[in-house]
Design a protein around this ligand. Structure first.
Ligand SMILES: Cc1cc2nc3c(=O)[nH]c(=O)nc-3n(C[C@H](O)[C@H](O)[C@H](O)COP(=O)(O)O)c2cc1C
Length: 217
């Protein structure tokens, strides 16, 4: 009996030891990779900003120059983030909005929508996250087609308000064959951002910054 108890004690000690080694291994690996992951995320975000706004046009760090716009204020299902790009002289250049709609075929689609400060034309739009169907709705990705590039240069009034829709709905934007829901959601979201930008651009650049370091949906 005593021998059995000793054997059990030994096994549980051994088990605890291996568990401790496992935990230490995970913690160490986590510490080593954490900085690298954060750096990779920063680089990926920077690349996305540069896709919608020419990097030579601004010099400030958008990681610092951003604010959260509440879902209520912008009239969208989730909070948005706006990155405020400024020239070397500190002048407003453009606002990059990170916004989400739930009107996609599979729910949430997140975009970066960059609006020029001076005349409020779109300098670029890109999809950041989506779950649309491969081969149907995923043509919104720049890697899958040039549809999303068609927004560049457009204004709230060009096309006219009524043309901010897909062709199926009487607007000017192409839908995809057999997939109207996804492009419809994006056209509507970009128009919503342009309307918000039109009404709030100057205020956004005037108000003090409280940077957002996290991620919205
Ligand atoms: C399995 C499946 C996946 C679909 N995925 C999408 C999609 O990602 N985006 C989209 O707009 N429509 C998608 N559709 C089609 C929509 O249900 C809908 O029929 C279409 O968007 C309407 O466009 P249409 O009027 O041009 O046919 C999918 C349909 C099926 C059956």
């Amino acid at each position: 009996m005593k021998r059995q108890l000793n054997a059990m004690r030994k096994s549980s000690l051994l088990l605890s030891f291996y568990a401790l080694i496992g935990v230490l291994f995970v913690v160490t690996a986590n510490l080593i990779t954490r900085d690298q992951i954060a750096e990779n995320q920063r680089v990926a975000l920077q690349q996305k900003w540069n896709e919608v706004l020419d990097a030579s046009r601004y010099t400030n760090d958008l990681n610092e120059a951003n604010k959260t716009i509440s879902a209520e204020e912008i009239g969208l299902p989730y909070d948005a983030i706006v990155y405020l790009a400024r020239s070397k002289e500190g002048q407003p250049v453009a606002a990059i909005f990170r916004v989400t709609t739930l009107q996609g075929y599979s729910g949430a689609i997140t975009l970066l929508v960059a609006v020029n400060y001076a005349d409020q034309h779109l300098t670029g739009v890109r999809v950041v996250k989506h779950q649309e169907t491969p081969g149907l709705g995923d043509k919104i990705e720049v890697a899958k087609g040039d549809w999303i590039l068609g927004f560049k240069g457009k204004f709230l009034t060009n096309p006219s308000t009524k043309s901010w829709a897909v062709k199926r709905d009487g607007g000017e934007f192409d839908q995809f064959t057999g997939a109207t829901i996804t492009p419809r959601a994006i056209v509507s979201l970009v128009e919503d951002v342009l309307i918000y930008a039109h009404q709030n651009m100057q205020r956004l650049f005037k108000e003090p910054i409280t940077p957002n370091t996290g991620d919205t949906k």
